[in-house]
Unconditional design. Sequence first.
Lengths: 136, 154
Amino acid sequence: MADTEGKAIKVREKAEVTTPAEQTRPGLVFTPAADIFETDKEITLLADMPGVKAADLNIDLNENILTLDGDVKPPEGANEADVIREYRTGKYYRQFSLSQGIDQAKIDAELKDGVLRLKLPKVEAARPRKIAVKTS
Amino acid sequence: MIWRRITGFPTWDWTSPFDELERMRRDMDKLSEGLARGIFREPMAGVFPLMNVTEDKDNYYVRAELPGLKADDLDISVTGDTLSISGERKFPAEDEKAQYHRREREAGKFSRIVSLPAQVDTGKVEARCTDGVLTVVLPRAEAAKPKQIAVKTS
């Protein structure tokens, strides 16, 4: 993405989720910022989830509803007192509905430096096919 | 209440409607104050990245959420009591033919300076980036450390 070269990042507060479902545990829930793009073969989803460890991330695809659920443990030590607090931490939760048939067996997820990269390959039937127009 | 409704007739007790209005005004004030506090709960510098600064007896801790960045992508320097962090968030090039459904994540350059409440030992500052969260540990300078003062009894 060459067009972003040299551009300064604008500050954005984390978006808090307004009741995704009744929470069983107290705490804040945020919506991770996501990029979704599609090629002929697959849909790729990138989500920023800083502070989430691979073991604490749950990805679930059920009836075309993709759910991302990442737990974050407070990074502060027990004896630390706040001086400035500009952002808050909490878990991440977001759901996406996928329209096309996804090959569930071939889903590939990678969490690296707080960014989730999820590859959702399309099933053979859902891939676009070029239709040749015959001239008689 | 009933007693008031009976006796609170304007000619007998003409201040009661104003009392009521005054009470309502006070309630509204309280409500709007609460709303304002809710919105401006966190003081914001308005500069990316947002930072949390905490302290304990020996150190200051500065944390920032920088998903996708590695320690090498960051330029961190400390002088006396200021910490400056700059870097660039880059996204790898994706497939040329990719069609976007959503694009919420942002790439670009950033730089920020924060002033710490006291001098730090610049030689012992440590920074690490784990899971997209940067943590900078800044030990307090010897002169800025809290000292226990023993009270002598004569």
